[in-house]
Write a protein that binds this ligand. Structure first.
Ligand SMILES: NC(=O)c1ccc[n+]([C@@H]2O[C@H](COP(=O)([O-])OP(=O)(O)OC[C@H]3O[C@@H](n4cnc5c(N)ncnc54)[C@H](OP(=O)(O)O)[C@@H]3O)[C@@H](O)[C@H]2O)c1
Length: 251
């Protein structure tokens, strides 16, 4: 999603993860300032840890977009010194390579034609949109007890996840990752407690008075702050014209 990168130069303040990955999925409006956070990284790390994946010697990331950069940060946290990144356009991976350098992980960019040999890595992260990895399902190696994290959550299971699971791979879907952004949101808003998951964020969201928009620390998924709107980004929803800007936007 290009907004995750586009938004970064517009921020007044960025978390360490945002600065390293060059991507933000959460924008908090506080005191007229835009603060950027990357809660995807926390969600991905927790989803892996919940599946008892705490280390990876070798890793392969499918895709070279915003979520791929997040995956590199997570792999670095797991102690992985290098990762193979499969990109359909290896000549267009400059932003990802810069992120890898800031993160401190060696990223070896490889074309799709080389994909098969890398699917045996300890940890494979598919950071591709729905459908893009479907053609890989017949190529999944059998009898390799590795781990696949597929960030897709709908439709689920993906053909790749289904095949990998039948081959004995530990498979983690996108939903556990999606439901785990509580800690960075909690830190940022002082409302949610560390460790709470997205469902709590949603409860917080429903506390928003829809008529007045009161509650500037609420989580609002459907609206985007005016300053971002002025840049040409499309608001996802409506809010009353006289309502104050929302506290948090998830991109
Ligand atoms: N579960 C979660 O919590 C969670 C969190 C974040 C994101 N996601 C999901 O992750 C997916 C990717 O998001 P993103 O922000 O990383 O998107 P992105 O920045 O647009 O990156 C997508 C990457 O996939 C590649 N790609 C797209 N279609 C392809 C195809 N048909 N064949 C090969 N490569 C293809 C793109 O290649 P090019 O660069 O050549 O276009 C790009 O490298 C989205 O579906 C999003 O919903 C899930």
């Amino acid at each position: 999603m290009p907004l995750k990168r586009t938004v970064v130069p517009l921020l007044d303040e960025a978390s360490a993860t945002v600065r390293a990955t060059g991507t933000a999925n959460t924008v908090i409006l506080r005191g007229g300032r835009l603060l950027g956070e990357n809660s995807d990284a926390y969600g991905m790390l927790q989803a892996l840890r919940d599946a008892r994946v705490t280390h990876a010697e070798s890793a392969c990331v499918l895709g070279a977009g915003a979520t791929a950069a997040t995956a590199l940060a997570v792999l670095h946290t797991l102690g992985c010194p290098e990762a193979t990144v499969i990109a359909r356009e290896p000549a267009r991976t400059g932003e990802l390579e810069n992120a890898a350098e800031r993160i401190g992980i060696a990223a070896r960019i490889r074309p799709w034609t080389e994909i098969v040999r890398h699917l045996t890595a300890d940890l494979v992260v598919s950071a591709l949109p729905p459908g893009a990895a479907d053609k890989l399902a017949p190529l999944w190696p059998s009898a390799v007890r590795n781990t696949l994290l597929d960030v897709v959550y709908k439709p689920w299971p993906t053909p790749l996840a289904d095949t990998a699971r039948h081959a004995g791979t530990t498979v983690i879907g996108g939903l556990p990752m999606l439901l785990k952004p509580g800690r960075p949101l909690g830190r940022a808003t002082d409302r949610l407690h560390p460790g709470t998951d997205c469902r709590d964020a949603c409860r917080c969201r429903t506390g928003l008075d829809r008529r007045t928009g009161q509650g500037t620390e609420n989580v609002v998924r459907a609206t985007i702050p005016t300053r971002l709107g002025e840049t040409g980004m499309v608001p996802w929803g409506r809010r009353p014209a006289d309502a104050p800007a929302p506290g948090v936007c998830l991109i």
